[in-house]
Write a protein that binds this ligand. Structure first.
Ligand code: ADP
Ligand code: LRH
Length: 489
């Protein structure tokens, strides 16, 4: 049975067709497109209509190449949203979570609602771009938007609405707003009231795997195709990626490695206590009643921005070329804390890496290879640090680490991660989010019985590459230096 997954990350989107027969999944990429946000003046916004256009191209290619699927699911990055007015129209382009409209807002909100209370009510880590702070900013800067808005939709909810004409708030993404209370199982009206965010625009959440309409007539007529049912999936891309972790053991650690690096474990209940707040871990909603106890790590975004900066300077490097340059550069010459706020906004990352090195009295990396090596080694060491914290918070000891996402194409990073954690890394599948998206559609249609059968079938269908740790004492020493430098230990 073939299903179509739209998986749209912060750097690129793809339409993937999945075929399940005799416990084997085959995946075909039928369309891939860049997801470039657009800067207008000082604002950074998503080109959501272009994304929707590309999704329609994906539908046309599906029909042309393989025939229409039996169902469709959409997952995207989290926290960003669109507002829909009483005429059913999108009111403004969704802001990019890296836009400056949230600058200083989290600190301001924390003055009116204590962080301990926000965490107790939501279990969500404090990231300055969480939806709660985006909405608090809009409440101040553009109150008319919230007064006029009829519905609040997260990005996949919005794209699904464009396709079907039906509006529904999906659970996994809803939790990333930091406005959803996992204990009461509903939107947190107390927090909304405290920040004067109207709650009428938030509707009860729908779980992954729910039928939520089918392609609307305007779409089928425009594209000349038959209508296809649409399901909610685990619409937060990280939630879909976790569905696809091919774990054997029910106790497992994962790293979803793309624009962001999301590291943690799956738990049955959210872990909401003082220590979890202090370590700034999150409890995002997962599929089938699970929670994702994890921490955001800045990830390959830093490398993406280096690539863009060098491109502007006329130096065009592919990812494999960058990795090769890093391999050839001297080891452990300079470290950064990838989670330093310096690296969050878009901009000249090589300059910021050098700035960080100067600020921390390290030798300043000059060559491109030295910069890339510094970023990749620092990421691997940050993974080690966060894995240790995941073990502490969850009370588990992991035998190794599952890595999924586009970042596993960077084999050097996988190897260095194994070296830094001193345990094996099991890498695959690279298209975890799309495969997790498909798995929920198959479970909803009774083709797979549950998430554990899905994981077993994924394990049998896609190669997993094992990286055994090497040079452990060297990495152990380097992790010590990294820890002191970044003041983590
Ligand atoms: P997202 O879905 O978050 O936009 P992906 O999961 O597609 O991101 O991962 C994109 C990242 O994967 C890139 O930033 C890049 O660092 C890494 N990557 C992709 N292909 C390669 C490759 N061939 N070699 C090394 N790294 C790669
Ligand atoms: C990864 C991701 C992550 C969020 C970030 C905004 O794509 O969804 O889980 O924190 O984007």
């Amino acid at each position: 049975m073939s299903v179509l997954a739209f998986d749209i990350g912060a750097s690129s989107g793809r339409a993937m067709l999945g075929q399940l027969s005799s416990r084997t999944i085959e995946v075909k990429e039928i369309h891939r497109f860049p997801n470039d946000p657009v800067r207008v003046g000082n604002r950074l916004q998503w080109d959501v209509l272009r994304i929707y256009h590309e999704m329609k191209q994906g539908l046309l290619r599906a029909k042309g190449q393989h025939g229409l699927p039996t169902s469709i699911g959409i997952d995207t990055w989290a926290v960003d949203y669109g507002l829909v007015d009483r005429n059913g129209e999108l009111m403004t382009n969704p802001y990019h979570y890296r836009d400056t409209h949230t600058d200083g807002v989290m600190e301001q909100v924390m003055k009116s609602v204590p962080p301990s209370e926000i965490f107790e009510r939501t279990g969500i880590q404090f990231l300055p771009f969480n939806t709660i702070y985006q909405l608090a900013s809009i409440r101040q800067q553009k109150p008319y938007l919230l007064q006029e808005a009829e519905r609040f939709l997260m990005i996949p909810d919005l794209l699904r609405y464009f396709l079907t004409g039906e509006m529904a708030n999906e659970f996994t993404n809803a939790t990333t707003t930091q406005l959803y209370n996992p204990v009461s199982g509903s939107w947190d009206h107390y927090l909304m009231n405290s920040l004067h965010i109207p709650h009428g625009m938030f509707h009860p959440v729908v779980q992954p795997g729910t039928p939520v309409g089918s392609l609307r007539s305007s779409v089928t007529e425009e594209l000349g195709i038959a209508s296809v049912p649409v399901y909610t999936v685990a619409e937060h891309d990280t939630a879909s990626a976790v569905v696809a972790v091919p774990a054997l053991d029910r106790s497992f650690a994962y790293l979803s490695c793309g624009t962001w690096s999301l590291m943690g474990t799956e738990v049955e209940q959210p872990v909401i206590h003082e220590r979890a707040r202090e370590l700034n871990f999150t409890n995002e909603g997962g599929a089938y009643g699970t929670y994702r106890l994890l921490k955001n790590i800045m990830g390959l975004w830093i490398l993406q921005e280096c690539q863009r900066t060098w491109e502007r300077e006329g130096l065009s490097y592919s990812y494999p070329e960058l990795v090769k340059m890093a391999d050839a550069a001297p080891a452990f010459a300079c470290f950064i804390d990838p989670d330093d706020p310096l690296f969050l906004p878009a901009g000249d990352m090589p300059k910021r890496v050098r700035e960080y090195a100067a600020r921390t009295n390290q030798r300043i990396p000059q060559a491109e290879g030295a910069i890339v090596r510094c970023i990749m080694e620092s990421l691997a060491m940050q993974y080690r640090y966060v894995l240790d914290l995941t073990e502490e918070l969850s009370g588990q000891k992991f035998q190794g680490l599952h890595m999924v996402g586009g970042g596993i194409h960077n084999e050097t990073l996988c190897q260095w991660t194994a070296n830094a954690i001193g345990k094996p890394v099991w890498a695959g599948p690279a298209e975890g989010s799309a495969i997790g998206n498909m798995a929920v559609q198959w479970i909803a249609q009774g083709e797979l019985s549950d998430i554990w059968e899905a994981r077993a079938v994924i394990r049998e269908s896609f190669p997993v590459k094992t990286y055994e740790p090497e040079d452990t004492p060297l990495w152990e020493d380097a992790c010590g230096v990294f820890g002191q430098l970044t003041r983590k230990r």
